[in-house]
Design a protein around this ligand. Structure first.
Ligand code: 5GP
Ligand code: ZN
Length: 143
């Protein structure tokens, strides 16, 4: 169907209906299904049908196809689970806890008083280091 695939990839097999999943949405470009190991009730994964390992390797237009569907999918997951908020997150690369190397967005519905926690051990941005870092990133972006 014109998109790249990896015959060893479990999400490519799911997208090709070779391995079953609990689908919640599907169209030509995107598939959404329930995570087999939910962190919270309603934990949903959204993938492009094409195989791209990380955000960094995904063509912007493929990311745009996913982005277009995220508001509707997030609202549907929230409505179905009775949640009022959610995390939408992407682990991109092994060091960032990515275990399945086919791009996927996690939708994690949250409710007041739930017990799910993401450690968020905030530091403090040093202004000198921050200025240098911002310059380095701007340089990489060509601006
Ligand atoms: P990652 O750590 O790569 O961001 O997340 C991978 C997610 O995929 C995990 O939450 C894991 O439970 C889920 N997962 C792995 N294999 C399967 C599978 O075969 N089916 C489904 N539905 N989810 C899977
Ligand atoms: Zn894949």
């Amino acid at each position: 169907m014109g998109h790249p695939t990896d015959s060893t990839c479990i999400f490519c097999k799911i997208a090709a209906d070779q391995i079953p999943c609990t689908k919640v949405y599907e169209d030509d470009a995107v598939l959404a299904f329930l995570d087999i190991g939910p962190l919270v009730r309603g934990h949903t994964l959204v993938i492009p049908k094409g195989h791209y390992a990380t955000v960094m390797e995904t063509p912007p237009e493929v990311l745009a196809e996913i982005a277009k569907r995220l508001p509707g999918l997030s609202k549907a997951v929230l409505a179905a689970t009775g949640a009022k908020a959610c995390h939408v997150l992407v682990n991109s690369g092994a060091e960032a806890m990515q275990s399945v190397h086919h791009l996927h967005f996690h939708i994690l519905p949250r409710k007041g008083g739930d017990t799910f926690r993401i450690p968020w051990n905030a530091g403090k941005l040093d202004s000198v280091e921050g200025t240098a870092l911002a310059a380095a990133i701007k340089g990489q972006m060509g601006c």
